[in-house]
Write a protein that binds this ligand. Structure first.
Ligand code: FES
Length: 106
């Protein structure tokens, strides 16, 4: 059975949500209609990115930001574009959208 990450209605456009499921941490990013899901693990030191629950964005809401040392990541590719791990990537997670629900694929 597909494992549910969250409902889209829980995430306003331009916002993020952290989900802990089966001892794994995920980041769900919603940009208007586009959705991206990554493991919540910074490539720099392997720690979660959020500084408060569901808070993953930089001040202007343009990038995902790691609270530990300030690395900035593109929301649509997970590439680090500033900070100590430039050129590395967040790990993307395969998912499916079933109406209002985001589920893990596979
Ligand atoms: S652990 Fe994320 S920038 Fe250092």
């Amino acid at each position: 059975m597909a494992k549910k990450l969250c409902d889209l209605s829980e995430i306003p456009a331009g916002a993020t949500r952290g989900v802990n499921l089966d001892e794994q941490r995920y980041i769900v990013v919603r940009q208007t209609e586009e959705i991206f899901v990554y493991l919540n693990r910074c490539p720099h030191r392997g720690v979660p990115l959020d500084w408060l629950p569901n808070e993953f964005l930089d001040h202007d809401g343009d990038f995902l930001r790691c609270a530990a040392h300030g690395a900035l990541f593109l929301m649509d590719t997970g590439e680090c574009v500033a900070g100590p791990c430039v050129g590395e990537f967040l790990i993307p997670v395969a998912f499916e959208r079933m109406d209002d629900t985001i589920v893990l694929r596979g």
